[in-house]
Design a protein around this ligand. Structure first.
Ligand SMILES: Cc1cc2nc3c(=O)[nH]c(=O)nc-3n(C[C@H](O)[C@H](O)[C@H](O)COP(=O)(O)OP(=O)(O)OC[C@H]3O[C@@H](n4cnc5c(N)ncnc54)[C@H](O)[C@@H]3O)c2cc1C
Length: 286
């Protein structure tokens, strides 16, 4: 199918983009990489009357490391994240996650911020953002605000952004070298969205876990921070056994959906298997 008719504008500045979006926000959509929006329009699952193409707006791309936080421009392509030279546990997590986003053509065009604005619970970037308590900066003609990840992801394909707001950047904590990070996922075909994905960032000092973050995808409508897994890890001596216990706690905690890709028990089994893989302790004994 082809999309229904729409008007197309290609602003050359953020101010112009915000003004264009403010004209008719409920009938307009921001176009970034187009890797989710255009298929949805072709299937007529989305019928915006106006597209505001932000691809010529300056200042929305790039990864900027700071003292405590790293800022990623919303229009930064998945491939640029995959190729980032950012050092340390955060750089490693970003590269590993990016490599699992779709296929090369999708990574070439699709964007970090587009994924987050789209809000698919299995998207790697939504998981990483929720894992690391990212802060999303959004702008409109009414001003700028920053939304923490805990409030941002509200339901499937639903965020806390208002229709007239443009996501401009996402900030993540710069993780120090005491952190171990990783992401592991299972999909039936390479490049598909994960049926279940697990990502974690664990801080280890003198062999003891002093901070634990665990986030799961494919088990609920939005990325799921597993408090059970985080509590199990916190204060424990770092070991494969501790990670396996945390994975079991996470699997008991979640209440996943059943659908054609897998039932709830299957997804719980995947949680149990994937968290140790994310932290590279699978098969390492206890
Ligand atoms: C075959 C296929 C496989 C894929 N596999 C994966 C996968 O494994 N993992 C994964 O994470 N993704 C996957 N994707 C989706 C891909 O990552 C998209 O790039 C991403 O979901 C959306 O980013 P985009 O820049 O293309 O956004 P667009 O398609 O341009 O926009 C998506 C939505 O976000 C809104 N939006 C975009 N940018 C902004 C902004 N700056 N401010 C406000 N709203 C905005 C749009 O209005 C629209 O509603 C796949 C896509 C395809 C076609």
């Amino acid at each position: 199918m082809k999309p229904s008719a729409f008007d197309y504008v290609r602003p050359l500045s953020l101010d112009e983009a915000m003004e264009q979006l403010a004209i008719d926000p409920f009938e307009s959509k921001v176009l970034s990489g187009g890797q989710s929006l255009i298929p949805m329009m072709n299937f007529r699952l989305a019928r915006p009357e106006r597209l505001i193409d932000i691809n010529r707006v300056p200042g929305l791309e790039g990864i900027v490391p700071g003292q405590d936080r790293v800022t990623i421009g919303a229009r930064t392509r998945h491939l640029a994240v995959q190729n980032t030279g950012l050092q340390g546990p955060l750089g490693s997590l970003l590269r590993t996650a990016a490599a699992q986003v779709g296929h090369l053509p999708i990574r070439t065009r699709g964007t970090f911020g587009g994924s987050i604005a789209h809000c698919d619970a299995a998207s790697e970037w939504c998981l990483v953002a929720r894992l690391l308590d990212a802060e999303m900066t959004v702008r409109s003609t009414r001003g700028e605000r920053t939304i923490p990840a805990a409030d941002f992801f509200q339901a499937i394909f639903t965020t806390a952004m208002e229709p007239d707001e443009i996501l401009t950047s996402i900030s993540l904590p710069a993780l120090d070298d005491h952190h171990v990070t990783g992401i592991a996922e299972f999909a039936r075909r390479a490049g598909d969205f994960a049926i279940v994905a697990a990502t974690a960032a664990v801080k280890i000092e003198d062999g003891v876990v002093t901070r634990a973050r665990v986030c799961l995808g494919g088990v609920s409508e939005v990325p799921w921070r597993s408090q059970a897994a985080e509590s199990a890890l916190l204060g424990s001596a770092w070991s494969a056994g501790a990670v396996a216990e945390a994975a079991a706690a996470a699997a008991d905690e979640v209440d996943p959906p059943s659908d054609s890709h897998g039932d709830a028990d299957y997804r719980r089994d995947l949680v149990r298997a994937l968290l140790p893989r994310a932290l590279n302790t699978a098969g390492a004994g206890s």
